[in-house]
Design a protein around this ligand. Structure first.
Ligand SMILES: *Cc1c(COP(=O)(O)O)cnc(C)c1O
Length: 378
């Protein structure tokens, strides 16, 4: 039997056709498809504006700049996240201050409150593996303390919080379209916002700080000279990617519902295995299950690693749960002595199981029966 992968993107002839059509127009970057994708994405999440960029890491970097995060500032964020979360704070010259996570894999607001200092400029919440963080509670806290709220929604396209899609609630929400996420443009990112000034500045910054965009210049019957009003970046998304993104966006809700059904089957199948703890969906949330994670309670016959090895021997891929940033070599020096017992505990004892769309009934059953067999045998 062939090895079952952990994830794979759902790309079809439809996306290929979108890319093909753009290539034949000869307008392959900062053209009409980027604009169309932005408008459709904003309409989908329910925000006023959306700005397409090269990936979520660059989206987060620009969000930091627009939020006014500068050298000497502190930004509170989780350590238990993909390292790009903390790196974006560093790009702005600021210091990531790591908060603990709870059993929903998101930062614990009580710990966040305890970390606020006069240097704190922003709180960067992460909707880890697509599970919404408590946006309302953080919005309120940020208002009270005069901080900027930034959402790392890299994994959360298609998830909802209190009946509204992630991307509609606050003013700097950053998404990823890397193939490991629910929809993909190869690489790609988006920032949704309800503020016109943010949208304008983000568009400026992603394209070298240039005052006039290509579409405006092309459409004008007069000569327009552009200015570069501030030091910007090249964080553009191409029209080839945007055309793929438009096709993917049409399928997003369908993909999310299919992923939820698979997650439900897993939950049902694993709920009586004593050593496994499952994430319980909050009724306020509608989770996209960007990743399906199980938590292996320590002290049983299997450890996280022996479980992963047994799955591998059966040809079923797994991955470790979400990493911690403070224990990576890149952060070791500045985080010397920092202990985040809960983050370390959740990170070290959780495992991602295969979940993708489309997944055949046989593939789903294979994951279920392999997990059951390993735990019964142990
Ligand atoms: C994937 C991911 C990122 C980085 O996204 P890219 O598009 O690869 O830059 C950032 N934050 C989190 C939480 C992620 O999972």
């Amino acid at each position: 039997m062939s090895k079952l992968p952990i994830a794979k993107p759902y790309l079809t002839a439809d996306e290929a056709q979108g890319a093909y059509d753009v290539i034949l127009t000869n307008w392959v970057t900062q053209g009409p498809k980027v604009q169309e994708f932005e408008e459709k994405f904003a309409a989908y999440v329910g925000s006023k504006y959306a700005v397409a960029v090269s990936n979520c890491t660059t989206a987060l970097h620009l969000a930091m700049i627009v939020a006014g995060v500068k050298e000497g500032d502190e930004v509170i964020c989780p350590s238990m996240s993909y390292i790009a979360t903390a790196n974006s704070v560093k790009y702005a010259g600021a210091k990531p201050v790591f908060a603990e996570v709870g059993p929903d894999y998101n930062i614990d607001i009580e710990h966040v409150k305890a970390l606020i200092t006069p240097k704190t400029k922003a709180i960067l919440i992460v909707h880890q593996i697509g599970i919404p963080s408590d946006i309302d509670a953080y919005s309120k806290l940020c208002k009270e303390k005069n901080l900027v709220l930034i959402e790392d929604a890299a994994c959360a396209a298609g998830s909802s919080y209190k009946g509204k899609k992630i991307g509609s609630h606050s003013d700097l929400v950053c998404f990823s379209f890397h193939p490991r996420k629910v929809i993909t443009t190869g690489d790609g990112g988006m920032i949704s916002t309800n503020r016109e000034d943010y949208s304008t500045r983000l568009k400026l910054l992603r394209q070298h700080g240039m005052s006039v965009n290509d579409r405006v210049r092309h459409a004008s019957d007069k000569i327009i000279f552009e200015e570069h009003v501030e030091v910007g970046y090249n964080y553009r998304m191409t029209d080839i990617q945007a055309a793929v993104g438009i096709k993917q966006l049409e399928k997003l809700d369908m993909i999310v519902e299919a992923r939820r059904k698979i997650a439900e089957r897993y939950n049902e199948a694993f709920k009586n295995i004593p050593q496994i703890e499952l994430y319980k969906e909050n009724t306020d949330h509608h989770v996209n299950y960007q990743s399906y994670v199980i938590f292996i309670k320590p002290g049983g016959k299997l450890t996280r690693n022996t479980f992963m090895e047994a799955m591998n021997a059966e040809g079923v891929s797994t991955r470790r749960g979400v990493m911690t940033t403070h224990r990576e070599p890149a952060y070791e020096k500045e985080c010397k002595g920092l202990k985040l017992p809960k983050s370390e505990f959740y990170s070290d004892n959780s495992v991602v199981l295969p979940l993708f769309y489309p997944m055949t009934n046989e593939e789903i059953e294979r994951v279920i029966s392999t997990v059951r067999k390993i735990f019964n045998a142990a």
